[in-house]
Design a protein around this ligand. Structure first.
Ligand code: NAP
Ligand code: G4F
Length: 329
């Protein structure tokens, strides 16, 4: 029987996919929103009709307690974070506060208001960092390579700790990279598809990137939020790797994105731009989601090339619409 879900990070990529999914299943859905006038609210309301917004910030414990007391959720999905690895190197303390300590603020608020609330933590493959084995499973040791990855390790283990200490239903999805047309422009996939569309339309000539050789296990965000819901519907809380099991380089991503528009990425991509290189890099990630397949019955549906072309097509359509609107005055 669907209950009441509260989602932090509702204005992010995963927030709207999860909100849409839970609304379609009959949940009453609240999105936690920070700030006085969040500019992304309008598009969330359009994508998730019926959603209700509630104020709160992962930096402010009492705002979380007030939010939970007010909407009395049965399930809480903690997707809120400083999620951009590049920014985490520049704002390491803030990342620790939001992405790391924000998790314990959530867990403490749940313990105070109602320890029966089910909790989902958005853990990350970035925790594997300098990988100890390939593919990575739930048992692979962590070696994070960024302040973001370190903060996520804290969030992951504090979730495990509250499960073990207080018998709370607290689970973590260790999600590998997942993308969509709603991905932020700061992430490499969307940066590439957006630039490829603009280059095709003559709006820009080239794009500067960092390391083209790093490899990621990229899936579709719409598939990945379904895994979150399935984890929360289990009898017992547990942790699951969610991944496609296939890895590709940034270079391959560029190749497919530009080729889809009849372009050769080598004519347009400038690589090794120092602005986009990281002090420490995660070279290659590849996940083994066999536990999720076996226990949750989950599997990814959108393959890599389809994901890339879906994003390129969406960016091309958005740019063409913007050009038409501009021409119409
Ligand atoms: P995203 O698009 O960057 O969204 C991040 C969200 O966090 C935004 O809604 C943002 O809201 C919110 N937020 C930031 N600071 C906050 C604060 N102080 N209090 C409350 N909310 C705050 O991230 P995403 O791609 O949807 O990812 C969702 C979660 O999964 C994140 O925790 C991310 O670290 C994790 N994850 C993502 C991936 C992936 O490949 N996408 C993989 C593994 C794990 P504002 O509008 O207020 O800025
Ligand atoms: O798109 P990215 O910034 O994603 P990254 O660092 O893998 O992190 C994402 O996935 C994690 C899961 O593993 C999430 F937890 C995290 O929240 C986020 O969603 O970079 C991907 C790769 C990196 O190796 C980066 O060095 O692309 C490389 N890259 C090369 N040029 C670039 C660029 N990344 C960005 N953002 N911008 C570039 O110009």
């Amino acid at each position: 029987m669907p209950g009441t879900a509260l989602i932090t990070g509702i204005t992010g990529q995963d927030g709207t996919y999860l909100g849409q999914l839970l609304l379609s299943k009959g949940y009453h859905v609240y999105g936690l929103v920070r700030g006085q006038n969040n500019p992304r609210l309008e598009s969330v309301a359009r994508l998730c009709p019926g959603i209700e917004f509630i104020e709160g910030d992962l930096l402010d414990h009492s705002s979380l307690v007030a939010a939970f007391e007010s909407c009395q959720p049965t399930e809480v999905y903690n997707l809120g974070a400083i999620s951009f690895v590049g920014l985490s190197f520049k704002q390491a303390l803030l990342t620790g506060e939001v992405t790391g300590l924000g998790v314990v603020r959530m867990l403490e608020a749940i313990r105070t208001v109602n320890p029966q609330i089910r909790f989902y933590q958005a853990s990350s493959s970035e925790m594997f960092g300098k990988v100890r084995e390939s593919p990575q499973t739930e048992l692979t040791a962590f070696h994070p390579r960024s302040p973001y990855g370190v903060a996520k390790v804290y969030g992951h283990y504090i979730t495990v700790n509250y499960r073990e200490s207080y018998d709370m239903f607290a689970c973590s999805g260790i999600l590998f990279n997942h993308e969509s047309p709603r991905r932020g422009l700061e992430f490499v996939t969307r940066k590439i598809t957006n630039a490829a569309a603009k280059i095709k339309l003559g709006l820009q000539k080239q794009i500067s990137l960092g390391n083209l050789d790093s490899q990621r296990d990229w899936g579709f965000a719409g598939d990945y939020v379904d895994a979150m819901r399935l984890m929360m519907a289990q009898d017992q809380a547990d942790d699951f790797v969610i991944a496609t099991g296939v890895t590709h380089s940034v270079r391959e991503f560029c190749d497919i994105a530009f080729a889809h528009l009849g372009l050769d990425y080598r004519d347009h991509v400038v690589s090794d731009d120092a602005r986009f290189l990281r002090p420490a890099e995660v070279d290659v990630l590849i996940g083994d989601a066999s536990k999720a397949r076996r226990v949750l019955g989950w599997e990814p549906k959108v393959p890599f090339a389809e994901l890339v072309t879906m994003m390129v097509d969406a960016d091309l359509a958005a740019q063409q619409k913007a050009m038409r609107n501009e021409a119409a005055g």
